[in-house]
Design a protein around this ligand. Structure first.
Ligand SMILES: NC(=O)C1=CN([C@@H]2O[C@H](COP(=O)(O)OP(=O)(O)OC[C@H]3O[C@@H](n4cnc5c(N)ncnc54)[C@H](O)[C@@H]3O)[C@@H](O)[C@H]2O)C=CC1
Ligand SMILES: O=C(O)CCC(=O)C(=O)O
Length: 253
């Protein structure tokens, strides 16, 4: 879906932005994917990112499909009030698409938990999602990166504390990843610049670690079977799972 979002700027002028929510696949469950605010956002990019979400949720073997959204804008040049108005208009326009049983948005580049809170205010998802604390929402992706990294390093008998790291980008995901790596004794070579459940943070993190470790082992098994790289193993594993779910639903591939 492509929508036009016209908002009143702080200086009294009107500005029009184009936003997207692209739903790629729901064979394995409700669609899942971030909402990006960035000047490069266009239909091709959002479409590609929505597809990637389908494969990522399948590789991690969590019961979700793939979607992605975004608005072509420069969030760093907009005031908080302007961003809130833009998010409100965008949410009203894509309101019918999103929901905890159909398509669950999340933060991405240029958006954060404040953006999600504005979306919740405008939509019906708040009752379910407000149970998730802001800190969990912000840190979960970075923690997932670290758990995945630990599972990979364990294959080589290594720990994060044995390694040097380079973090390319230091926004939400990058900064939380850095924090968790630092806490585990990792050394930095350099640094370049959500949901309706009632688990506590410890349980969420435990589950996250379990999923990341298990999906890594699945990919490894696929690599051994096909004698291929991790990248090809991940791709094959994700595509197989989506194809199987599609067939089980009786849909045409
Ligand atoms: N925020 C989240 O929960 C999730 C984010 N992601 C992915 O993680 C990545 C980072 O997202 P966030 O941390 O949320 O974004 P963010 O907007 O918080 O941070 C992005 C960072 O990238 C930097 N950056 C932008 N262009 C750059 C370039 N050309 N070279 C170096 N740095 C550059 C920016 O300065 C900023 O520090 C994105 O690919 C996003 O799709 C994936 C899953 C969830
Ligand atoms: O948790 C989510 O749905 C956001 C994930 C996402 O957008 C991504 O992995 O690129």
């Amino acid at each position: 879906m492509q929508v036009e979002c016209t908002i009143l700027k702080d200086d009294g002028t009107l500005s029009c932005f184009v936003g997207f929510r692209i739903q790629h696949d729901n064979a394995r469950g409700p669609m899942k994917g971030g909402i990006r605010y960035h000047p490069d956002v266009d239909p091709d990019e959002v479409n590609a990112l929505a597809q990637l979400m389908t494969w990522k949720t399948a590789v991690a073997n969590i019961p979700y499909g793939g979607a992605k959204g975004g608005i072509g804008c420069r969030p760093s040049e907009m005031s908080t009030n302007e961003l809130e108005r833009l998010t409100g208009v965008f949410t009203q326009k894509i309101h019918d698409l999103i929901g905890i049983h159909s398509d669950v948005p999340a933060p991405d580049m240029g958006t954060n938990s404040q953006t999600m809170a504005w979306i919740l205010d405008e939509s019906f998802m708040g009752i379910h999602l407000q149970l998730l604390q802001e800190s969990q929402l912000e840190s979960a992706t970075g923690l997932g990166v670290v758990f995945g990294t630990e599972a990979l390093l364990a294959e080589y008998g290594k720990l994060i504390s044995d390694m040097k790291f380079v973090i390319q980008d230091f926004g939400n995901v990058g900064s939380w990843t850095a924090k968790f790596i630092y806490e585990r004794g990792g050394y930095f070579e350099w640094v370049q610049n959500i949901q309706g459940f009632m688990w506590d943070e410890e349980k969420v993190n435990h589950e996250l670690q379990k999923y990341m470790r298990r999906s890594f082992l699945d990919v490894k098994a696929m690599c051994q079977t096909l004698n291929c790289s991790l990248r090809m193993g991940s791709f094959t594993s994700g595509v197989n799972r989506v194809a199987r779910a599609t067939l089980l639903r009786g849909w045409q591939a």
